[in-house]
Design a protein around this ligand. Structure first.
Ligand SMILES: Nc1ncnc2c1ncn2[C@@H]1O[C@H](COP(=O)(O)OP(=O)(O)OP(=O)(O)O)[C@@H](O)[C@H]1O
Length: 276
């Protein structure tokens, strides 16, 4: 059963086509990442799926309903992590989470939400005293307090330090392990690789590749590059058998031997470069 199904989705703003007919599906319980350069159409797509924007044409089904027509009950089944969810700087963390819980028919317990978001120690702290990373955790807390089946995370770790990002990834994994389906948009390839079971790359409003982090864009069959230096100079070999190449070099006087398999970032840059 799919949490999200999209066919031929299109959004025009006057003469500008932001989303040019995309197909995708997100299976229940998976973490799906949407990648793409600035202006590719990610936010437009996600906002249509959240029911916040009307599509020009195509079909979209989110948790079994058309997001363009769905009502309050459907809305309570999805969670959206906004960039700046709250401006009540004088409220405490717990007060804010409690306030948002009041909007939902069957919210999670406040204690549980604070715990899973790593905010228990900050329960009594005023929002204005939080660090950027703690603020973002609060944004997530507000996105999940309604106990959503599907969570939208739009560039969740922008501005995080490396440690805060790792902690946030653990939080996302915990939510997914609890059965929450997650649609993540991100500019960070390592984030997509660490979290997503599947991902799609969108460029110029079209999906240019879709797959798992290991297979996207033919990554698993792409050639490796072996580089080394010997007395004649520097060498570079592109090969589908890097192990064989290294074995063949054994016993020779070389230095700086390196084997480079294409990273997700290499594949991604190729994909969007081809569209630029
Ligand atoms: N309200 C709007 N009116 C007109 N054009 C818009 C509107 N919103 C977005 N666009 C255009 O649609 C295209 C896609 O924008 P969108 O925000 O979906 O991209 P994105 O992939 O989310 O980019 P980013 O990574 O920068 O957030 C862009 O060309 C943008 O200028």
């Amino acid at each position: 059963m799919n949490a999200i199904e999209v066919r031929g989705l299109r959004k025009d703003y006057g003469d500008n086509t932001a989303v040019a007919g995309i197909d995708l599906h997100v299976t229940k319980g998976e973490i799906f990442a949407l990648l793409g350069p600035n202006g590719a159409g990610k936010t437009t797509t996600v906002e249509i799926l959240e029911g916040h924007r009307h599509r020009t044409s195509g079909e979209a089904t989110v948790l079994g309903e058309d997001p363009g027509k769905a009502g309050r009950h459907w809305r309570s089944r999805i969670g959206i992590v906004l960039q700046t969810a709250t401006d009540s700087a004088e409220l405490t963390v717990a007060e804010t989470v409690k306030h948002y819980a009041g909007y939902y028919p069957s919210p999670r317990s406040i204690t549980d939400v604070l715990d899973v978001c790593g905010l228990t120690e900050k329960a009594g702290a005023r929002i204005r005293s939080l660090s950027g990373g703690q603020r973002r955790r609060l944004d997530v807390a507000l996105g999940i307090v309604g106990n959503p089946e599907l969570l939208f995370l739009d560039e969740p770790t922008t501005g995080f330090d490396p440690q805060a990002r790792r902690q946030f990834w653990d939080l996302v994994r915990t939510l997914a392990a609890d059965g929450t389906t997650i649609l993540l948009t991100t500019h960070y390839l390592d984030e997509a690789e660490a979290l997503a079971s599947r991902l799609a790359v969108i460029a110029d409003g079209r999906i240019v590749a879709e797959g798992t982090p290991a297979t996207l864009g033919g990554r698993e069959t792409a050639l490796a590059t072996v580089t080394w230096t010997d007395h004649t100079g520097a060498h570079e070999l592109r090969t589908d058998d890097p192990t064989g190449a290294v074995v063949a070099l054994a016993g020779r006087e070389i230095s700086g031997l390196r084997v480079h398999q294409p990273t997700l970032e290499d594949v991604y840059l190729d994909l969007i470069g081809a569209k630029a």
